[in-house]
Ligand binder design. Structure first.
Ligand code: NDP
Ligand code: 2IT
Length: 445
């Protein structure tokens, strides 16, 4: 396969879809040897079929705000690939949402879900709706209007959405309520549900916990661990909160969190009541992290800056895509970072990844590191099918086991001749082989 030619053709079909093209390019760059060794993939057009979603559903969402004014947002569901199971992936509510972003996320989700060892295909959806500053009633009306369009396109064995940026337990509740009313059935149609109505213990913590379990395995390859390590985390959402909690439990000290307004540096470490405070801060539904420094005056707030200038041993970007660029990565490396693990989806630009890998610093890509969230969604689906609830320990043990197995798969497929583990290559190859072989088995459809 000629990668440049392939990418040029794809770009001609989807001009300007920057994030989607970036994600496809990153995966294809890893597959060169695998494609050469397996000519059957090219003969069956696997790549051409894999990079295009099975279908994209677009709809308008009219809704009424508290003052009676009518708004219209755009809604999407990208059903990308269901070779190994029902379409599965989150919904993102954020003003930046567009098709390029949802296609990048859906594409990544195919490989991530394959790595979890569970039977889940890839999908993603969302809206350009901005939940910031909206009342509960407005969020409810919007979520209900969104589900009125989506409900007949999804199903517990067809397509199972979940949360992502801007969609947490509250939104899943309103979406679930409307689905149940329209479909006249109570099934596990969404994951991330409340614990009283079909949710799984540990799901809220799962992405952050899983990311730290994965980073722990990465450090273990260097006979190291989190004890006494200083850690920079970005974001202050669901994933960041879970990561901060688990790093602290393992003896690490988290010194940063961030928001779109800037970052917080807390030299003493974000632990105990400060972790609880993160949840309060999220619940305010504001767009800012700066109130942390008013609540805990020993912490400093750096407006409009990112936390990658701080001297740390480990960095976990947990906010959003392309939030760490090449210069940020070089600053971390200069300050002696030993491990960078992507809690968010594609938070590091290609230049950042290149700099980190060139310095032979451990680098874990999102599709492996943050797979614990969707893996625990898979465990929620299993519990719904069995109509049983597992204990916190049962779910956490299974999550831990899955993260260790994803690490082993990356190691098996990504270890280079000098012993450096290229986790990007390992994750892409392991995920791709499972999906591509399944597509071959099932014929041209
Ligand atoms: P949340 O909405 O809970 O938090 C997102 C965080 O990122 C917030 O701190 C948010 O700040 C910040 N953020 C969002 N957009 C921007 C932006 N354009 N610039 C700077 N900061 C921004 O989402 P999650 O924690 O669930 O998601 C975080 C990342 O993890 C995303 O990349 C998501 O795709 C990924 N992920 C999530 C999983 C899950 O299960 N939830 C699973 C796997 C990956 P603010 O709210 O103030 O805008
Ligand atoms: O990016 C992700 O993996 C998620 N937002 C979680 C998806 C899910 O179905 O739990």
């Amino acid at each position: 396969m000629n990668l440049n030619q392939f990418m040029n053709n794809l770009e001609a079909k989807h001009p300007g879809e920057k994030e989607y093209l970036q994600a496809v390019q990153e995966v294809l760059e890893s597959l060169e040897e695998v494609l050469e060794a397996n000519p059957q993939f090219e003969a069956a057009g696997i790549l051409e079929r894999l990079v295009e979603p099975d279908r994209i559903l677009t709809f308008k969402i009219p809704w009424v705000d508290d003052s009676g004014k009518v708004h219209v947002n755009l809604g999407y569901r990208v059903q990308f690939n269901n070779a190994i199971g029902p379409y599965k992936g989150g919904l993102r509510f954020h003003p930046s949402v567009n098709l390029s972003i949802l296609k990048f996320l859906g594409f990544e989700q195919i490989f991530k879900n394959a790595l979890t060892t569970l039977p889940m295909g890839g999908g993603k959806g969302g809206s350009d709706f901005n939940p910031k500053g909206k009342s509960d009633a407005e969020i409810m009306r919007f979520a209900q209007a969104f589900m009125m369009e989506l409900w007949h396109l999804i199903g517990p064995e067809t397509d199972v959405p979940a949360g992502d940026i801007g969609v947490g337990g509250r939104e899943i509740g309103y979406l679930f309520g409307m689905y149940k009313k329209l479909a006249r059935e109570n099934t596990g149609i969404l994951t991330g549900k409340g614990i009283n109505w079909g949710g799984s213990l540990i799901r809220p913590e799962a992405t952050g916990f899983g990311a730290v379990y994965f980073a722990k395995e990465m450090l273990a390859t260097k006979k190291d661990n989190f004890k006494g390590k200083t850690v920079a985390v970005s974001g202050f959402g669901n994933v960041a909160w879970g990561a901060v909690t688990k790093i602290t439990e393992l003896g690490g000290k988290v010194v940063t969190i961030s928001g779109p307004d800037g970052y917080i540096y807390d030299e003493k470490g974000i632990s105990g009541e400060k972790i609880e405070y993160l949840l309060e801060l999220r619940a305010t539904n504001m767009d800012i992290v700066s109130p942390y420094a008013e609540e805990f005056p020993e912490a400093k707030f750096y407006a409009k800056k990112r936390p990658w200038e701080v001297k740390v041993d480990v960095a976990l970007p947990c906010a959003t895509q392309n939030e760490m660029n090449g210069d940020d990565a070089k600053a971390l490396i200069k300050n002696g970072v030993i491990c960078v693990a992507e809690g968010a989806n594609m938070p590091c630009t290609p230049e950042a990844v290149e700099a980190i890998q060139a310095a032979k610093v451990l680098f874990g890509p999102g599709k492996a590191v943050n797979a614990g969230g969707v893996a625990t969604s898979g465990l929620e689906m299993t519990q719904n099918s069995m109509k049983l609830n597992w204990t916190e320990k049962e779910v956490d043990d299974k999550l831990h086991h899955i993260m260790v197995s994803i690490h082993s798969a990356c190691q098996a497929h990504g270890t280079e001749s000098d012993g450096y583990i290229n986790y990007v290559k390992g994750a892409n190859i392991a995920g791709f082989l499972k999906v591509a072989n399944s597509m071959l088995d099932q014929g041209v459809i």
